[in-house]
Design a protein. Structure first.
Ligand SMILES: NC(=O)c1ccc[n+]([C@@H]2O[C@H](COP(=O)([O-])OP(=O)(O)OC[C@H]3O[C@@H](n4cnc5c(N)ncnc54)[C@H](OP(=O)(O)O)[C@@H]3O)[C@@H](O)[C@H]2O)c1
Length: 324
């Protein structure tokens, strides 16, 4: 079978990660890297014997590229994905799918109508832990509450980019990988409320530390709550996750998942089934796309997840509950 030829956009940490992953897969070939950063872009291209292009639009136009890996900052994912899909390229987008719901919807529409594979890099799709949680949740009946708390002293490798509202969006948006799995388990939100405090917020939207909370009600019933704090005075990161269902509660305080009922506490068994990587899955879907319309379930979940993060940003701006 012919190799799938890939262009990578961006030349930072995730671009490097994907370049290495794709280069190690026999059916893929990294042919070009585009980035506004000539130094890191040229370096990454040289390491993978690929061509460096400074303008990502020129990379997308190339006839010798089948698919595009989008590893730029959050504020350009939607535009680049739409342009790639309009040019009949397959797209693999770093999360979040887009900074704007209309852009996310447009990307999904293009993937559907042009039979292109659109995948957002949410790893739950290939996670044994997520599959085990899904199965156990199915046994524990109805959701009452899911809560997620993450407190971290960290500010990311590039705080000027991450703690930057116009570039990265609110913390709920750049922490979308905490929202995606819960939407995958319980479906869409009926309404969303958000709140946030930013310390040292400048006119350009940069800040030093934050707290951000999101509360939703799922359409199927049950409440979801997320709380994040970043750049705070805490010695080490803390994370707590809970799924409270009518027949039992699943919880993880950092030492693994436990299921407690009125009578017992058991550890959740996670199988060690080998899974393909997200990159392998995307390549396989591209190969199959010639016979079958691609399955876009995960892109739909990614879109539902950004509906929540973006509605929570709207809720903060307008100081009201947002009905979806
Ligand atoms: N899947 C995961 O586990 C994971 C983990 C971390 C991050 N992410 C996501 O991956 C994305 C990239 O993160 P990263 O850590 O790789 O960031 P990064 O190290 O800052 O790299 C971003 C790269 O894209 C370039 N770039 C940004 N905007 C651009 C634009 N509009 N046009 C052309 N090039 C552009 C940057 O150039 P400059 O150097 O000039 O800024 C840089 O080369 C983010 O959206 C982030 O949310 C995913």
């Amino acid at each position: 079978m012919r190799n799938i030829k890939i262009g990578i956009i961006g030349s930072g940490g995730m671009a490097r990660h994907h370049a290495e992953r794709f280069s190690s897969i026999e059916t893929a070939e990294v042919v070009a890297i585009a980035s506004r950063n000539e130094q890191t872009g040229n370096q990454l291209a040289t390491e993978h014997a690929a061509t460096f292009i400074s303008d990502w639009k020129q990379l997308i136009k190339r006839d010798d590229i089948d698919g595009v890996i989008i590893c730029t900052h959050n504020n350009s994912h939607g535009e680049i994905a739409i342009t790639a899909l309009q040019t009949d390229k397959h797209a693999f987008v770093e999360y979040p799918l887009a900074n704007d719901v209309n852009e996310g919807e447009e990307a999904l529409h293009l993937a559907k109508t042009r039979h292109r594979v659109l995948r957002v890099s949410h790893p739950e799709v290939v996670s044994n832990t997520h599959a085990a949680l899904k199965q156990k949740i199915g046994e524990l009946s109805e959701l009452l509450l899911t809560s997620f708390v993450r407190l971290t002293p960290g500010r990311g490798a590039r705080p000027e980019i991450l703690f930057n509202l116009p570039v990265s969006g609110t913390p709920a948006h750049f922490f979308i990988y905490h929202i995606y799995p819960i939407v995958d388990l319980f479906g869409e939100a009926a309404w969303v409320e958000g709140a946030a405090c930013y310390e040292g917020l400048t006119d350009s939207g940069q800040y030093n530390r934050f707290v951000n909370t999101v509360t939703i009600e799922f359409k199927r019933g049950g409440i979801g709550q997320w709380s994040w704090a970043g750049g705070i005075a805490i010695n080490a990161s803390e994370q707590h996750e809970r799924y409270v269902l009518t027949e039992g509660t699943l919880s993880n305080d950092g030492s693994g998942w436990q299921c407690s009922t009125l009578t017992e506490v058991t550890e959740l068994t996670i199988p060690k089934t080998p899974q393909p990587t997200l990159q392998e899955l995307w390549l396989l879907e591209i190969q199959n796309a010639t016979q079958h319309a691609p399955c876009l379930v995960d892109a739909e979940v990614a879109l539902s997840a950004i509906r929540i993060s973006l509605a929570s940003a709207q809720s903060i701006r307008e100081n009201r509950r947002i009905e979806l």
